[in-house]
Design a protein around this ligand. Structure first.
Ligand SMILES: [Zn+2]
Length: 271
């Protein structure tokens, strides 16, 4: 599924076509994705000018000069197609800009979403209101993690997937960051030392930044907004590498079920 780096890549790709552009056509091609499209979507966005794009966790933000922001989520299989040759049955929302570009939100499994939110109320929007800091940038600090995890007995792996602790961190990046910081994913979150948290924060920022630089990494058929096919140039240290040798100590990478998902880690390097 598209993770934060894919969403960031998508937003940067969309910005090339949308930033400053006027939306001359807004066409939902069905009533809903995971939930219905906003009833006033067409009216609210047709004729509006895009005043900027952004991202919060795994949501993309398309701000307009009307004080309203279109908030999209790519769900399991969503992607934006730029100037597609034809509009297919999985293209559920089509935007056309004043310069004639067509942008199509394509989502075969329809777990994605599109919402309209007053820009001034974005921070209070229910999905955002309780969200922790972004994993990239200045907000995430080891003192934030220390206070957020204090006294928590749940495994550190599971706490890092909790959006209230850190926003938008997915399974891949939690596994990779814990490996880099040398932290056992099963360890009680409140028992992770301050020294380990001080290694974890830069590890989180580095794995996300590297994935963004690589252009996102997770979905085999993921395409960049300009239609280039996905890439698997990013090599993970532990994620999905059961039985392969650890890049540091050659111990076979172990897989562990945690919270209904898999965790990969090195039992020797992560304590
Ligand atoms: Zn190792």
């Amino acid at each position: 599924m598209p993770e934060l780096p894919e969403v960031e890549t998508t937003v940067r790709g969309l910005a090339r076509y949308l930033d400053g552009a006027r939306l001359v056509r807004v066409e939902p091609r069905r009533a809903d994705l995971r939930r219905p499209f906003p009833v006033d979507l067409v009216q609210a966005l047709t004729g509006a000018t895009v005043s900027g794009l952004g991202r919060r966790a795994k949501y993309g933000l398309i701000h307009t000069d009307r004080g309203q922001t279109m908030v999209f989520h790519l769900g399991m299989s969503g992607r934006w197609r730029i100037d597609p040759e034809d509009i297919g049955k999985h293209d559920h929302l089509v935007l056309e800009t004043g310069s004639g570009h067509i942008l199509s939100l394509n989502d075969p499994r329809r777990f994605g979403s599109v919402d309209l939110v007053e820009e001034a109320a974005l921070a209070r929007w229910p999905a955002f209101a309780a969200m922790g800091p972004e994993p990239v940038g200045e907000e995430l600090t080891d003192s934030h993690l220390k206070s957020a995890l204090a006294g928590r007995s749940a495994a550190i792996k599971l706490m890092l997937l909790d959006q209230r602790i850190v926003a938008g961190l997915g399974n891949i990046y939690v596994c990779e960051a814990l490996f880099r910081a040398g932290i056992d994913p099963r360890k009680a979150a409140g028992k992770v030392s301050g020294a380990a948290l001080a290694k974890l924060v830069p590890a989180i920022k580095a794995v996300i930044a590297e994935a963004i630089a690589a252009g996102g990494s997770t979905l085999r058929d993921y395409a960049q907004p300009d239609g280039q096919l996905g890439y698997f140039s990013k090599q993970f240290d532990v994620y999905d590498r059961t039985g392969e040798p650890c890049s540091r100590c050659s111990t076979p990478i172990a897989r562990l079920p945690q919270g209904g998902r898999s965790t990969w880690y090195c039992a020797k390097c992560q304590k």
